[in-house]
Design a binder for this molecule. Structure first.
Ligand SMILES: NC(=O)c1ccc[n+]([C@@H]2O[C@H](COP(=O)([O-])OP(=O)(O)OC[C@H]3O[C@@H](n4cnc5c(N)ncnc54)[C@H](O)[C@@H]3O)[C@@H](O)[C@H]2O)c1
Length: 357
């Protein structure tokens, strides 16, 4: 059978919330992938998920899943601090990797991973699923083909006080386990860092996807009234002026989006809480003809579309459509630069940034 006729056999590492809400369903629904294996060292959780999702194989031991020759690729869906080490193991076993965001938690470990990916010949994609939001993709298409010179990009990502009311209502009921494997330090013991890794990574990825690489950041931070808020002036490599707003806990509905001004038009984007599975409303003004357009992008399952694109890259030997490992590194560097700028009160060059986010 040619590779194009068969489905990619995926093994999902981690049976936690992101797999329960996104990856298991995505692999099951994907047109070109199948949920071949699942893995979690927590027996109760793994057994429950195996009963629900019926993979061919369920492993307690990650190395055993990697040793299975039928596994083509793995999705790494564990806590952030484990990503790099587990990705290195997968590459050593010759498996393609879709790794949850953020790529890692320090610049140095991500640099090591970039080298390993480049030496491996394996496909490696970082799971920034917003690149598979059809509205955001339409904005990217307009920028790439029609917008001319970019002038300015303003992006905001504001997680909100009512987010759990929404996610509890729309997500499947989460199954938890006391036996879940955890890092030595609870990631939520430092909320400022946790929010940057969890949410800032999305904000930076979307900005980079639409306006290109960020070269310098100057950030201010306030934690007041229960809201963690970063306002950031950013410079893009192509000279575009930028401003980013990351605010977690805003007292209203989910508030995420962007506005972009260019030579031949403008774009206004409104992005929804991802668990509503609704593509962003993206209004594009075409100076040529003076008309607005808004794509419907009816298929809002970003997570399934992400797996399908990953599988297509491997099965059809096509370019990576999502975030590459190099971009994943540079997103981690940008977040580390934001932290440094907040601490020092100065503008920080992303290229020179080292250390932890
Ligand atoms: N893209 C998104 O929208 C989105 C949303 C939520 C979370 N995430 C990301 O997904 C990742 C996972 O989040 P989560 O909340 O599901 O994590 P979690 O820590 O709750 O669950 C991870 C599971 O993996 C298992 N595990 C960890 N290491 C293992 C190992 N070596 N062998 C076997 N099992 C192992 C644990 O026992 C646990 O059950 C995080 O990096 C997070 O940033 C992404």
């Amino acid at each position: 059978m040619s590779t194009e006729q068969r489905k990619l056999r995926v093994g999902v590492l981690g049976c936690g919330p992101i797999s329960q809400a996104a990856h298991f369903e995505s692999c099951t629904k994907a047109s070109n992938a199948e949920l071949y294996a699942i893995c979690d060292s927590a027996d109760d959780l793994r057994e429950r998920m195996a009963a629900m999702w019926a993979p061919k194989v369920a492993c307690a031991d990650y190395q055993a899943m990697l040793d299975d020759e039928k596994v083509d690729a793995v999705i790494i869906a564990t806590t952030d601090a484990f990503h790099v080490q587990l990705a290195l193991m997968a590459l050593k076993a010759g498996k393609h990797v879709l790794c949850e965001k953020p790529l890692g938690i320090t610049v140095e470990e991500c640099e090591e991973l970039v080298q390993a990916v480049n030496a491996s010949g394996c496909v490696f994609q970082v799971a920034h699923m917003k690149r598979f939001d059809g509205g955001i993709q339409a904005a990217h298409d307009f920028i790439t083909h029609d917008m001319g010179d970019l002038v300015a990009y303003k992006g905001w990502y504001c997680d909100n006080s009512h987010r759990y009311t929404v996610t509890d209502a729309v997500q499947p009921k989460m199954i938890t386990s006391a036996a879940k494997r955890k890092p030595a330090v609870d990631p939520k013991s430092d909320l400022q860092r946790y929010y940057m890794l969890a949410h800032g990574s999305h904000l930076v990825d979307t900005a980079s996807y639409l306006a290109g690489e960020i070269t310098e950041v100057e950030a201010r931070f306030i934690h007041r009234g229960g809201v963690h808020c970063w306002f950031m002036d950013v410079a893009f490599a192509n000279g575009t002026l930028g401003h980013l707003d990351l605010s977690v806990g805003v007292r209203m509905d989910w508030h995420e989006g962007f506005q972009i001004y260019g030579e031949n038009g403008s774009i206004l984007g409104k992005t929804y809480n991802p668990w509503l599975f609704k593509s962003s409303d993206v209004d594009i003004f075409h100076e040529n003809g003076a008309v607005w357009s808004r794509p419907l992008a009816a298929d809002g399952h970003f997570y399934r579309r992400q797996v399908e694109a990953f599988a297509s890259t491997i099965l059809n030997n096509s370019p990576i459509a999502g975030t590459t490992v190099e971009e994943g590194l540079y997103i981690v560097k940008t977040m580390a630069a934001i932290g440094e700028s907040v601490r020092t009160g100065r503008a920080v060059t992303v290229a020179s940034t080292r250390g932890a986010v």
